[in-house]
Structures are given as C-alpha cells and as structure tokens.
Write a protein that binds this ligand. Structure first.
Ligand code: PXP
Length: 242
C-alpha cells in the first residue's frame, strides 16, 4: 500500500495542561477542530483509567462535536469496553496501561494475553468498531494479532524514537519488516509514539503504513508555533515522505 498516509492527532496533552489547573482551558475539543482544519485525518484520545488527561466528558463531546473519526485508546478492561460500546467510535486501539507509568511504555503482550484480548477484540469488532492492537514490532506480536483476528495493529515507535545511530536503523527495519508482514496477513499497520518533525520521515516512508498517531510533540510544538502550524508541518513532512 502507498498513497496518502493518514495522520491521527492525539490531543491528550491539551487535556493534561487543562487539568493542571482544573477548569476548562485549554479545551481538547477546540484543539480537535483546529487539527481537523490543519489536515488531520482523525483524532486520537486515550481515556486512561485514572482520567489523568482525557475525561469521560471529553469523549462525549468529541463524539458529538467532531466530524473526523475518533480513535479511542483504551485498556482492555470491562469499564473501557462499556464506554466504547456506548459511544461506538470509529476505532479503538487497545493499549497496555499501568497506573504508575508516565506514558504507554511498551506494546501489548498480544501473544501472552490471547484469551484476555480475544474477548475485547471480538466484542469491539461485533459493534463495528475497528480494533487496533498497540504492539512492539516483532514477529511474535504480529502472529498473535493474526490469531486474534485484529484488523489493525499500531506499532510502538517509542524505541525507534529514543535510540540513535545503528540501533535506530535496526529498529526502523523491524518496523518496516513487520509492517510488511502485517499487510501480507491482511492487517492494516499503523505506527505511533515519540514521533517528531526530526524522526517522522523514515517511518512515514514505510509504504505499508496507513496511519501515524502523533500527540505529545505536536502539542508541545504548538506552544511555540500554534497548533495549526504544527499539524500542517507534520502533514507536509508525511506527504513528502511518500
Ligand atoms: N499511539 C498510541 C497507542 C499511544 O498510546 C500514544 C501515546 O498516547 C501515541 C500513539 C502518541 O504518542 P506521542 O504522544 O508520543 O506522539
């Protein structure tokens, strides 16, 4: 697959700043509108168990007020399943979640948690929600996603973003190889985590990837240039990489 690479803008950290003071400014739904105008293809939001950034009310409003497809990142829990089934977002990306982590630190163990995840993949899929599994780029995890019948996987690019030199080249190759393997098995591969203007191009050039989900950097950059400019520049870099 080549063609346009979709950009999902993750607005979690607009809510992080809002929640630092309480109240309702800055509003993540306003950020979603600006991202849409600037060329985002979707909005991504992670409703964490501890509601540290996105809240239930944000999800209500994103579903009601935003025309772009919503990708709801969620832990595989009964509470989150109930919320997803109530809202029926376009997509649900199942992520591992630990209360003490600062961000989603690694991919799901789709191989080790087959029975637990199968229940969520089936329930979400039956409600016509496009299920994605956030996994590390390994053969074992892609094989597990195939066994689970997930239509989408999102490769965790955190390691790629944090290492340098030969290690980064090797990590990029793993993402490319397992994106190709996923696509060969009928799974649509996405990628995300830690992507920036400086490191996005080689990832965006991987032809099988259909979507990148990017948040923290875009929101941080928006402090200096505005969200519109930050999303537009990312969109341009992604388009140029194709
Ligand atoms: N994709 C998934 C599944 C994530 O959990 C996150 C972080 O919330 C992202 C993408 C975006 O990562 P970042 O905020 O580092 O761009």
């Amino acid at each position: 697959m080549t063609g346009r690479l979709r950009l999902g803008v993750n607005i979690d950290h607009v809510a992080t700043i809002r929640n630092a003071r309480g109240g309702d400014h800055p509003d993540p739904v306003r950020a979603a509108h600006i991202a849409a105008e600037a060329g985002a293809d979707g909005i991504t939001a992670h409703l964490r168990e501890d509601r540290r950034h996105i809240t239930d009310n944000d999800i209500d409003r994103l579903m009601a007020e935003i025309d772009l497809p919503l990708n709801l990142e969620m832990a595989a829990t009964e509470e989150m399943l109930e919320i997803a089934l109530r809202h029926r977002p376009h997509a649900a990306c199942i992520v591992p979640e630990k209360r003490e982590e600062r961000t989603t630190e690694g991919g799901l163990d789709a191989a080790g948690q087959h029975n637990h995840l199968a229940y969520y993949v089936d329930k979400l899929g039956a409600a016509n929600i496009r299920v994605s599994l956030f996994i590390e780029p390994t053969e074992q995890q892609v094989a597990a996603a195939v066994r689970l019948g997930a239509p989408v996987v999102e490769f965790h690019t955190g390691r790629y973003a944090h290492v340098e030199g030969e290690e980064r080249t090797a990590e990029l190759k793993r993402i490319a190889d397992y994106a190709a393997l996923a696509a060969k098995n009928g799974i649509e591969p996405h990628a995300g985590h830690g992507l920036t203007f400086d490191n996005v191009i080689p990832v965006a050039a991987i032809p099988q990837l259909a979507e990148l989900n990017i948040g923290h950097f875009l929101i941080g950059e928006a402090i200096f240039t505005g969200l519109d400019a930050s999303v537009r520049r990312m969109r341009k870099l992604m388009d140029e990489a194709r």
